[in-house]
Ligand binder design. Structure first.
Ligand code: GLC
Length: 440
């Protein structure tokens, strides 16, 4: 790829970001997702910073303006009315001044804010904006350990698959069997209007999503009660790794800004979490697995959630094993990292989180692998990601066997991640960097 091809891709990515920019927040894509999503926004901010740093900070600030008084940051903020998405505010009924959902999403904000700060061209602006966000992100982290780790184990549980961000993963199937479907109020799905039903969750899964929502709503969205009252409590290694990485990043940032209390609290959370992660390791799979907190057993499902811990400072031997797992998967799928191991009979190359590749997940895994010196595996992921963009555009996700684009199109965080991948010029194989040009 020549330097001009690289700048052309970046220009196209910026176009997607601008198209989905609502002024103070971005939507993931038009139609399918017409509101602000939590981890989408935080990762998108990294792409926005490429051309407008102030706007990037605003993206995260808007999300945190809707933080709940208990510290939770909701997974969706319904800034505007739209009938294009189900379940909307009338189903969640969380009673917030601006409607939000009642569950959360992966805590990537601490990582994103630190990265924005480290790279900032305008250091004064960055220090001001970061300083204001620090206590809010810290409150969210505290909320997690208080409400989702009531036993003080060091690892937090999700209580709804949508919290994981990997909504329809095979990881949830067994635990999901415990979730009833009786009493689900009649509803009409909207996702299948925008995307191929064969790529989306099944009706029975959807009923269970809604049952959990109604159950939590019946408990008044009181987070002090929801964890124990949920028949679905799963400790996801990827989710925890993101929270651990964010805690470490927030600690470093707080230290740099002289907020020593926030720094030490977050460092302690990360240390405890890292030690507890060992319980989720599977030697047989060469990766981490989810733990079903209700049964106390590991879930035999080799998903990308168990590779994502490369993003956190796990022991070197674990990162090396994860790098080897990525290389093995590269031998099985044309494009890494598939959201599920293709050797598992339950793998589905086209269905939501049951096989396809997401670039955000790729970004976090490759970032961690590169940090730990596993440059070949990291480069393989970067290369796959850029090939997908060149061949299939800015899709929501991709078939790991054929590279076909799937789900929504012109997707915001995919565009943001492409800009990020192209920043990492030193990692890219030579053809991607044009003669005499940089990859940026
Ligand atoms: C889907 C994804 C989730 C994402 C959202 C918006 O629900 O599973 O991770 O945040 O779409 O892109």
């Amino acid at each position: 790829m020549t330097a001009s091809a690289t700048s052309d891709i970046i220009a196209r990515a910026v176009e997607v970001l601008k198209e989905n920019d609502q002024g103070a927040y971005t939507i993931p894509t038009k139609g399918l997702y017409p509101f602000q999503w939590n981890w989408d926004s935080c990762l998108t901010a990294l792409g926005l910073a490429h051309y407008d740093e102030a706007r990037a900070w605003t993206e995260i600030e808007t999300l945190f303006a809707h933080q709940w008084p208990d510290g939770m940051v909701p997974h969706i903020v319904f800034h505007v009315w739209s009938d294009g998405y189900f379940p909307g505010p009338e189903v969640w009924q969380t009673g917030r001044p601006t409607a939000t959902s009642g569950i959360t999403q992966p805590a990537v904000a601490g990582f994103a804010v630190r990265r924005l700060f480290d790279r900032a061209r305008d250091k004064k602006l960055a220090a001001e904006r970061a300083r204001a966000l620090l206590p809010k992100i810290d409150a969210w982290h505290r909320w997690f350990y208080e409400n989702r780790d009531p036993g003080g184990e060091g690892l937090v549980a999700i209580i709804h698959p949508w919290e994981s961000g990997r909504d329809n993963s095979i990881d949830w199937d067994d635990a999901f069997e415990r979730v009833p479907t009786e009493g689900v109020e009649p509803y009409t799905r909207r996702d299948t209007l925008h995307a191929d039903p064969a790529h989306r969750p099944t009706q029975q899964q959807y009923d269970r999503y809604i049952w959990l929502l109604q159950h939590f709503r019946g408990l008044g969205w009181d987070n002090a009660r929801l964890h124990d009252a949920s028949p679905f409590q799963v400790v996801d290694p990827g989710f925890n790794a993101i929270l651990i990485r964010a805690s470490t990043d927030l600690a470093d940032l707080a230290q740099a800004l002289g907020e020593t209390g926030i720094a030490s609290a977050n460092r302690a959370r990360a240390e405890k979490g890292l030690a507890a992660m060992e319980r989720l390791w599977s030697e047989a799979h060469g990766q981490y697995l989810c733990l079903d907190r209700v049964t106390g057993k590991l879930i035999d499902s080799a998903s990308v959630g168990g590779i994502l811990p490369a993003f956190a400072a796990i022991p070197g031997a674990r990162t090396a094993a994860l790098a080897a797992t990525v290389e093995r998967l590269a031998g099985r799928a044309g494009y890494v990292v598939p959201s599920h191991d293709p050797d598992d009979p339950r793998f589905d190359a086209k269905r939501y989180w049951r096989g396809p590749v997401w670039l955000v997940v790729n970004y976090m895994i490759s970032d961690g692998l590169a940090d730990a010196g596993h440059n070949d595996a990291a480069r393989r992921i970067t290369q796959s990601s850029l090939n997908l963009i060149r061949e299939s555009g800015f899709a929501e996700y991709y078939d790991p066997l054929t590279g076909d684009p799937l789900g929504g199109g012109r997707f915001t965080w995919t565009a943001a991640m492409v800009i990020e991948f192209l920043r990492e010029a030193p990692l890219l194989p030579s053809p991607l960097v044009g003669e005499g040009g940089s990859a940026r």
